[in-house]
Design a protein around this ligand. Structure first.
Ligand SMILES: Nc1nc2c(ncn2[C@@H]2O[C@H](COP(=O)(O)OP(=O)(O)OP(=O)(O)O)[C@@H](O)[C@H]2O)c(=O)[nH]1
Ligand SMILES: [Zn+2]
Length: 363
């Protein structure tokens, strides 16, 4: 029997706290061992426990619903011994990153669980794409994690005034989200990021080339990501059994970095989209009609904010785009909604054609 203090000293670096211990208590009473999943593959997973890292079978926790499959970041109850050991259950998740699978059924798939901070890396080496930042933000909010935007490669923008403007642009597209600038090359701003991810669990999101691996290496203090790539090269696929997707950081905090998470898309993120565009949702609350589409309705607070310059039209367009995209993703899993959207598109198309014909007729 592993003592409570042995458990907490072994697992605290992985995010174990009193409330996890409380949630685990009934399983401890059953003689099961707590642990955190650091990677999952082929029906098995690696779990850090007070006994070290153990390999465990997930046979007992493979429901049909892919949302309920054990994933990296889960806190699980495993057998205290046995070969193989089995994962018996996992604790209710605080947060979860979900993506739509490419399968026909288009169900969600959980990529990472119990994430506190979603670090969105955005490169300053290329032109800012605020729409893309907003998409990552929607995804982050939807998961339940707190997003933070890290503008990387700040050494490439030596002019402080330009840098300040870029930060401001991102801030105005990210209400409630801290925006940091970091140069991994010079180490500038890293301390702020280290402090931020120093408690809880973080993930790195962002486009390819945004500097995620570089940040991860800086946080971990070793070339873990390079190591992974190097192992990949020998083509034997051996790396899959040796890499971990969850790491305890030397200065505190936990980092989850799974390949699938890096390029994740929206999945049923209505709530997240609303949070990214909180100022628009707030304005919408003041529209005369509660189902206002902010197009040509009278008394539309959103349109009048655009007209007065208070709300950039880019924001409104980006909002619309993400709402539409999200509806489409949801519709893939919901035939009724899909039919409704199609009807709406048909109506809009017909209206558009009628308007065009009327215009032509006037000529
Ligand atoms: N000048 C400068 N270059 C950087 C900095 N951080 C990263 N880079 C460069 O940016 C490029 C991309 O960095 P990565 O860390 O590989 O980006 P990534 O987001 O992990 O990319 P993927 O693995 O494709 O998702 C590399 O050539 C890095 O050397 C920085 O602070 N300053
Ligand atoms: Zn309106």
């Amino acid at each position: 029997m592993t003592s409570t203090s042995a458990v907490s000293s072994a697992l605290a670096p992985y995010g174990w706290d009193e409330s996890w211990a409380e949630a685990f208590a009934p399983h401890a009473a059953d003689g099961l061992l707590p642990g955190r999943v650091i990677r999952v593959d082929r029906g098995q997973c690696d779990v850090v426990t007070a006994d070290g890292t153990v390999r465990a079978d997930t046979e007992y926790v493979v429901p049909r619903d892919p949302m309920k499959v054990v994933c990296t970041g889960d806190w699980v109850a495993v057998d205290p011994e046995g070969d193989p050991r089995y994962v018996r259950t996992y604790l209710p998740r605080r947060t979860a990153f979900v993506r739509s699978t490419s399968s026909k059924r288009s169900d969600g798939q959980v990529l990472a669980a119990n994430v506190d901070h979603a670090v969105i890396a955005v490169s300053l080496a290329v032109e800012l794409d605020l729409g893309r930042v907003e998409r990552f933000l929607a995804l982050a909010w939807e998961s339940g994690a707190q997003p933070v935007v890290v503008l990387t490669k700040a050494d490439l923008v030596p002019d402080p005034v330009t840098l300040a403007h870029l930060v401001q642009d991102v801030e105005s597209s990210a209400p409630g989200v801290p925006v940091l600038t970091v140069s991994a090359l010079h180490g500038e701003g890293l301390d702020v990021l280290v402090a931020l991810v120093g408690s809880g669990t973080s993930v790195l999101l962002g486009q390819s080339g945004a500097g995620k691996s570089t940040l991860a290496n800086a946080l971990v203090g070793a070339d873990v990501m390079d190591v992974r790539a190097a192992r990949d090269v020998d083509g034997k696929g051996r790396h899959t059994t040796t890499t971990r997707n969850l790491l305890a950081l030397p200065s505190g905090g936990v980092l989850i970095d799974t390949p699938g998470l890096r390029g994740v898309g929206l999945f049923d993120a209505e709530h997240g989209v609303g949070q990214v565009f909180s100022e628009i949702e707030e304005l919408a609350g003041r529209c005369r009609f509660h189902d206002c589409a902010h197009e040509s309705e009278p008394g539309c607070a959103v349109r009048s904010a655009v007209e007065s310059g208070e709300l950039p039209v880019r924001r409104l367009e980006s909002y619309r785009k993400l709402v539409r995209e999200n509806q489409w993703i949801v519709a893939k899993t919901d035939a009724r909604l899909r039919a409704e959207i199609k009807k709406d598109w048909k109506r809009k198309g017909a209206e558009g054609r009628a308007a065009m014909e009327a215009k032509r007729g006037r000529r």
